[in-house]
Design a protein around this ligand. Structure first.
Ligand SMILES: C[S@@+](CC[C@H](N)C(=O)[O-])C[C@H]1O[C@@H](n2cnc3c(N)ncnc32)[C@H](O)[C@@H]1O
Length: 249
């Protein structure tokens, strides 16, 4: 995952959203809803949170009123620019956007009550250092089976060929080794359906499934995938997410 890719996305679309249309169909719960509700369970108006890899800050700004303050970091200058613009529009005062690398931040030990990561870079060790005793780390991560079929058709990208390594197991083991107590850990499988080829193409331009995705050069792969995975509901993409909540006790 590179800041450079996200700089390009922010420059092209002005935000971390391509406006591609899709519908989501979850087998049980929606992992994004679960992640958000877990975050609300630990949020109070006294607490300070760190958002790791905030991108255009849309999510950060939407939950800011649940905390005293959120410090939101990212390495993409362009995403941070979009985030600050959105903050001005939304007139949210208790969020500070900063350019910082998640792995080596400049914050002091035990600066935060909550550290969360919504599909951002993994930073378990740094999160442990930054959390106060009793503080919580929440993460929604991309599972190893995410977009497996399209990666097979394209023959490349993001974790391709690593499908046997369980992301859930890996995350839990890493968190425990660092010293966290696991409060919650679950994986989720769901589908997205894109109504048209154009929507699906647009979606792929804004996500790092293939950072080098090129609508023209990759047309043959895309057409192959679309013909194989088109249903009544649209072009199907299978997703896999892992949600963990852990505590520094
Ligand atoms: C999938 S996006 C995150 C989306 C965002 N959290 C949300 O809820 O919409 C990943 C973000 O992580 C950022 N990122 C990647 N590596 C990073 C690092 N080492 N430190 C901080 N941010 C990083 C990228 O620039 C990008 O904006």
């Amino acid at each position: 995952m590179t800041g450079n890719f996200y700089d390009k996305v922010a420059k092209k679309f002005g935000e971390y959203h391509t406006r591609a249309r899709y519908i989501k169909e979850c087998i049980d719960e929606d992992p994004e809803v679960v992640f958000e509700s877990k975050l609300f369970e630990v949020a109070t108006p006294e607490k300070i949170a760190l958002d790791v890899g905030c991108a255009d800050g849309r999510f950060t700004l939407s939950i800011a009123s649940y905390f005293r303050k959120i410090v939101a970091i990212d390495v993409s200058k362009e995403m941070l620019k979009s985030a600050k613009n959105l903050q001005q529009k939304k007139r949210v005062k208790n969020v500070e956007f900063e350019e910082q690398d998640a792995k080596h931040t400049t914050f002091k030990d035990e600066s935060f009550d909550v550290v969360y990561n919504r599909r951002g870079p993994s930073n378990h060790k740094e999160a442990f250092r930054l959390l106060k005793l009793g503080g919580c780390h929440l993460q929604i991560d991309i599972g190893e089976k995410d977009c497996q079929e399209i990666k097979k058709v394209f023959g490349r990208r993001q974790g391709y060929g690593q499908k046997d390594e369980s992301r859930l197991k890996k995350d839990v083991e890493k968190l425990k080794t660092i010293g966290f107590d696991i409060v919650y850990a679950k994986e989720f499988f769901y589908s997205e359906f894109y109504p048209t080829y154009q929507d699906f193409d647009l979606f792929l331009q804004g996500v790092p499934i293939f950072e080098d995705f090129d609508s023209k050069k990759d047309r043959k792969f895309l057409e192959k995938y679309v013909s194989k995975y088109s249903h009544k509901k649209g072009i199907q993409l299978q997703r896999h997410r892992v949600v963990t909540v852990s505590k520094k006790s």
